[in-house]
Design a protein around this ligand. Structure first.
Ligand SMILES: O=C(O)CCC(=O)C(=O)O
Ligand SMILES: [Fe+2]
Length: 361
């Protein structure tokens, strides 16, 4: 992070530029400082985005919490690069397919282990999912390489700042939805167990033709805060279009999006938009792509169903009974059913789809 609020993040400086001649998604930029100061226009715009595209840039410059997040994201990018360069044996200490207590989700995910489409083609990215409950001490720590353990204070600083900012955003949605005060944040308490986690992602450049590093999906939880440095993230805009468009990474901003839980809580009033990760465009195409994410999810035992009260009561009732899942059942179902293991079938792919099933391939 630079010393002056408007200086781009140093980590962007050495990268080839994102191209200027390709279509990009028209994400609106909201100011964290304004949202923290309860600026009515900014809050109204946030609510409108929540009912529309469900993705926006959050400008983190100009307030202390935002600067802290930018600082931590820069530092974690360096940790990420070192982490993914560790020998395989070291990463395997937290292999999510092996480690007891990982729910086959938290820990290291090897490249090429998830299906990205109904034919069973596989992904091209590695991940580390470091659970919030472990970071803040709610649960016994899972095995993790020493590099990550040694950086736990940094992960804690990042996770708690991201958590606090996302809580603030949940409170604004709560007010706009005219729900009783605290309804949403009380389903997302820091010291209760949840699927919240910090995710590190590495996607190597494609071999040959451009290819998907992560398949189309909606996020499973409530709100996601994403840092990425080069292009690759794509969305299908709401409406009739089926076209995928790149989201340009913007220095000083995180990308925030809504997940399935908010769709279910609001009976479809809020939207969780489909997205995927493609190889980077233009001059960035040969680069290894890193991203860093904080996922906020409802507490494990919360049932994902429409909440009562406020403007949600005006939403039409569904004419078919909807199966109900707890937040934990939902994220594990979504995360496990597209694993490309010996039990995988095209039907599993269909079952792993979220609230935008049927859109965007
Ligand atoms: O790497 C990115 O830019 C997006 C990653 C993503 O969508 C996810 O991990 O859910
Ligand atoms: Fe995502």
């Amino acid at each position: 992070m630079g010393d002056t609020p408007d200086e781009p993040m140093a980590s962007f400086a050495a990268l080839p530029p994102f191209p200027d001649d390709i279509p990009t998604a028209p994400l609106v930029t909201l100011s964290l400082a304004k949202l923290q100061n309860n600026d009515p226009q900014e809050i109204a715009e946030f609510y409108k985005i929540g009912k529309g595209l469900g993705f926006f840039y959050l400008d983190l410059r100009g307030c202390d919490e935002g600067k802290q997040l930018l600082h931590d994201a820069e530092a974690l990018l360096e940790v990420e690069k070192q982490y993914f360069d560790l020998p395989l044996e070291e990463k395997r200490v937290s292999d999510r397919e092996v480690v007891p207590g990982s729910d086959s989700f938290f820990g290291w995910k090897a490249l090429g282990t998830l299906a990205v489409d109904p034919t069973g083609k596989t992904d091209r990215h590695e991940q580390l999912n470091y659970k919030k409950d472990d970071i803040v001490g709610n649960t016994e720590p899972l095995p993790i390489p020493e590099l990550i353990r040694a950086n736990k204070p940094l992960f804690k600083s990042f996770a708690t700042s991201a958590f606090n900012v996302l809580h603030m955003l949940l409170n604004h949605l709560n007010d706009q939805l005219e729900l009783p005060p605290g309804t949403l944040v009380n389903l997302h308490r820091l010291h209760e167990q949840s699927g919240d986690h910090v995710r590190l992602i590495k996607a190597p450049p494609p071999v040959g033709e451009p290819s998907l590093s992560a398949g189309p999906h909606t996020d499973f939880g409530s709100l996601t805060m994403l840092f990425n440095w080069i292009g690759g993230l794509q969305v299908v805009l709401p409406g009739a279009s089926k076209e995928w468009v790149y989201v340009r990474p913007v220095p000083g901003c995180a990308i925030v999006n809504l997940g399935d839980a908010l769709v279910k809580f609001t009976a479809g009033l809020l939207r969780s938009n489909i997205h995927r990760v493609m190889s980077p465009p233009g001059k960035q195409a040969d680069m290894t792509r890193y991203s860093l994410v904080y996922f906020s999810r409802p507490e494990n035992s919360v049932v994902l169903k429409r909440l009562k009260g406020g403007v949600i009561d005006q939403q039409p009732l569904s004419d078919k009974p909807e199966p109900e899942f707890t937040a934990k059942e939902w994220f594990l179902r979504r995360a496990h059913l597209n694993k490309k293991d010996k039990n995988w079938t095209p039907d599993n792919w269909t079952k792993s789809r979220g609230t935008e099933a049927g859109r965007g391939g």
